[in-house]
Write a protein that binds this ligand. Structure first.
Ligand code: FAD
Length: 399
């Protein structure tokens, strides 16, 4: 039986409708660029995954006119508190980091993606194609030829010719592999259990981030919309049974907080890596988001980083699409400068996330007591404002 084959062409093709690909597509569509996004999933995601949108991410949403809606959907976290053995070590106040946006917004990734997908569809109704997995890519001097197939066993193939291709297809990027680009980095020995459960403090009260630096390992929690709270628990080097009962038991054992496992809406066990692609550019393709750089999710900077990449690349892609001649991207000084900036931000974010990851490791009683003392001392000095600035990615403005 012959498969139905479709043929198409566009100025810019984005592979992957995660937060980075969708945001870039919106920025390009707003500039009138003929953009298409191919996504292998057959429908929008429903999992909450990443939740932290830092002030630089909110500035990007403001540029799209979506900030107000995002804030209405999410939960504003203005304060983070550090604790150890039921004692408060101190607090970090995000208000000083960006006076216009004195918070980190907690918005589940599915809601963030939905917001962007709706916006993209309003700007360019046929831009987003679900259920297309890109399987092949060939670059020539002026265009890129791509092949995609239906993802879930459906028949059909798509042959698409694009002026430029953006690989926004996540940490295990197919585009990166097809371009022969390797990545370098490290696997951390840390494992975590993460879950969203009803917030025992209730919606509207106690909506602060909590970081318990306990001898058994860190327990972090963040308020979510809908009266939920995200819990992230360090589970040593080998991990643990990924069940709601186990998560609830660990939280109770280390912090004394009693949770109801029956209220779990999401549960996930994860390991942590840090990776950067050895190059982000080829002749006519560019990588962004997790395809370009993966940082430890401890610190929650992944989405914001990808969006800053998109902001960096949108004017360059638009310039190409409006007809200004562009040679090989990897030989163009403007593109190479953008690549250096993206790599620099990823290095900084990766270092912060790495430090966070190490700070939360299990420690013997003595080391744990010293760690608590040091954190307590630090949070009593003006250096706590510096910490708020670092955690809310205030350093992005000072590039
Ligand atoms: C368990 C977990 C928890 C996390 N928690 C946080 C957090 O709290 N805060 C935070 O900031 N970050 C967190 N992250 C990281 C965050 O989710 C990522 O940084 C973010 O999703 C990266 O966005 P992206 O668009 O670059 O890639 P992705 O979100 O990975 O999107 C890539 C998209 O490409 C699609 N795709 C892949 N291959 C193809 C192909 N061949 N053809 C077509 N489509 C393709 C995928 O289906 C996917 O939709 C977490 C990650 C995990 C796994």
């Amino acid at each position: 039986m012959t498969q139905p084959v479709e043929e198409d062409e566009c100025a810019v093709l984005i592979v992957g409708a995660g937060p980075a690909g969708l945001l870039l597509a919106c920025l390009l569509a707003r500039r009138g660029v003929e953009v298409r996004v191919l996504e292998r999933r057959t429908a929008p995601a429903i999992s909450s995954r990443a939740i932290g949108l830092h002030p630089p991410a909110m500035r990007v949403l403001a540029e799209l006119g979506l900030e107000r809606e995002a804030v209405a959907l999410g939960e504003r976290i203005r304060v983070g508190r550090a604790r150890c053995r039921h004692r408060e070590l101190g607090r970090v106040d995000f208000a000083r980091a960006d006076p216009r946006r004195p918070f980190v917004l907690a918005l589940p990734q599915a809601l963030t993606e939905d917001l962007l997908a709706r916006h993209l569809t309003a700007l360019a109704p046929s831009a987003l194609g679900w259920d297309w997995e890109v399987t092949d890519l060939r670059e020539s001097a002026r265009t890129v030829a791509l092949t995609a197939r239906r993802s879930e066993g459906g028949s059909g193939a798509l042959h698409l010719r694009a002026g430029l291709v953006v690989g926004a297809d996540g940490s295990r990027s197919r585009v990166r592999a097809l371009l022969g680009i390797t990545s370098a980095g490290r696997d951390y020995p840390d494992t975590y259990l993460m879950g969203d459960l009803s917030d025992p403090a209730g919606a509207g009260s106690g909506r602060e981030a909590l970081v318990h630096l306990e001898p058994g390992g860190v327990v972090e929690s963040f308020p979510l919309p809908g009266g939920l709270r995200r819990w992230v628990v360090h589970t040593g080097r080998t991990g643990t049974d990924p069940s709601p009962a186990r998560l609830v038991a660990l939280v109770r054992e280390r912090t004394g907080t009693v949770l109801d496992p029956a209220t779990t809406t999401m549960l996930s066990a994860f390991t942590v890596r840090r990776r950067t692609a050895r190059r982000l550019l080829s002749r006519r393709c560019v990588l962004l988001g997790d395809a370009a750089h993966e940082v430890s999710p401890i610190g929650g900077q992944g989405i914001t980083l990808g969006w800053l990449d998109a902001l960096e690349l949108a004017p360059l892609l638009a310039r190409h699409a409006t007809g200004e001649p562009v040679g090989a991207l990897d030989e163009d000084p403007a593109w190479c400068l953008a690549e250096r900036r993206i790599r620099r931000r990823a290095r900084l974010a990766g270092a912060v996330a790495g430090a966070n990851t190490m700070l939360g490791r299990p420690a013997g009683a003595r080391v744990s007591a010293l760690r608590a003392l040091a954190v307590r001392g630090l949070l009593r000095t003006p250096l706590r404002h510096m910490l708020a600035w670092v955690y809310s990615m205030g350093w992005v403005r000072s590039r």
